[in-house]
Design a protein. Sequence first.
Length: 456
Amino acid sequence: IFVEDESEVEISKIADFDALSNENFTKNIHSLYSEKNHFDPTIIKTLVDELVEEKESKVVNVHEKLKIFTKENVISSIRVSSDKIDQLMNLVSELVTTQASLSLYVEENQVYALNQLSENIENITRQLRDTAFSISLIPIETMLTRFHRLIRDLSAEFSKNIDFITEGAETELDKTLIQGLTDPLMHIIRNSVDHGIEPEAERIEKGKTPQGMIYFKTFYSGANVVIKIQDDGRGIDIKKVRQKAIEKELISPEAKYSNKEILDLVFIPGFSTAQTITDVSGRGVGMDVVKRKIDEIRGTVDLESKENVGTTITIKLPLTLSIIDGLLVEIGDTKYVMPLNLVNKIYAFEHEQFENAFNNIIVVEGEQIPFYYLRGEFDIPGDPLSVEQLVLVKYEEKRIGLVVDSVVGEYQAVLKTLGKLYKNHEIISGATILGDGTIALVLDTNKIIHEFSFKN
C-alpha cells in the first residue's frame, strides 16, 4: 500500500498526435505486454519514434506532391489576350499561303530535291494551324450560365416548371462564333419557353409530366459543330403556319407543300403565328434574324416539329471562320473555292448534255438532279469547254449541281474579307490568295442556290 507513496512517476510527451489511434501501434503495445507482462519505456519510445517518422514522411510526401501539382497548374494555365491570339492566327494564315506558294513552285519547276522538304513543311504547317486553332477555341459552357438564368427568370414570369438539360458543354468553338451565336440561341430559348412549353395544368391534361424540358446538346460532326435545342412542348401547328402564309400571300392555297417546306416559312422576315404580342416574342422579328445571323457565320439552321410532341432546332457550324478546306474550281479565267464539307460528288459531262437538259435537270445515277450553269449565271464570256464538271453540293436535305469548267483539286483556303464593292454580293463570302499570287473568290454555295432559285 506504500508503493504509490514511494514511487516516482514521470510523464513526458512522446508525440504531437494521438498515437493510440494508430492500429499498428496499439497492436505492438498489446503484443509486448502479453510477452513481458510489463511496459518497457525504451521499446515504447522506439515504437513512437518509428510512428512519428512514418507520419512525417507522409506529410513531406504530400507537401512535395502539392508543390508539383501547384507548379504544373501554374505552368499549364496562363492568360493570353485575344489580340495576341488573333495575331497568331493571322501569322499562321500567312504561313499557310506561303507554304502553298512553295508547293506550287516545287511542282511547276519539278525541283525534286525540294519535294520531301515541301511535304515536311506542309505537315508542320497543318499541325501548327490545328494547334493555333485550338488556342482560340472556347467551350460552349461559357454561354450556358446565361441560358440557365434566362430559363429560370422566364419560368418564374410565365409560371412554368421547366428543366434545362445540357449535354456536350465541353464542346469548343471559335470565339468569334461564340459571340455570333449568343443572341440567336437566346431567342430560340425564349421561343421554347414562351410558345413551346405548356403550363403545368395543360401538360397534365395532355398526359405529359408537369415539368417541361428544354434539351441543349452539342457535339462534333466532321469539320463542324452541331447544336441541337429540343423541347417537349406543344410544337408548331402546321395548319396554322400554312393558313398564315396564305393570308400573307406567301404561298398559293392550291399548291402542295411538304411539312418541311411549310415549317421553313417561319424564317421569312415578319412571319409570326402568335396571337398576342409580349415582351418576349410575337413581334414577327425573330427566326428570320436567327437564320440571318447563322448564315453570317457560315452555318445552317434546320427546324423540325411535331404537334404536342415538341420542336427541335439543329444548327450546324464550321469549327473556325479563318481557314477552310475547299474545292478549287475554274470558270473561264477565274478560280473559285467551294467549301469542301458541302461537296458531295463530282461528275464529268459533255457540254451538250447541260445545254439540252430540260428545265435544268440532269439524270445522275438514276436520280434527277437540278443544276445551275455557273458560266451563264455569272455572265462569264468565252466559249464553253467540250467537257464540263458537275459538282454536287449539299443544300438542306437535297443535292444540287453546280456546273464549272474544271476542278483543280482540294485547297486549304485562308479567308480574307472583301471591300465595299462586294458588300451586296452575298454569294461571295470572301477571297483567298493562291500559291501563284492570284486571287480566288470563295463561294457560298447555299446563298448561290437560294439566290438563283429565287431569280429563276
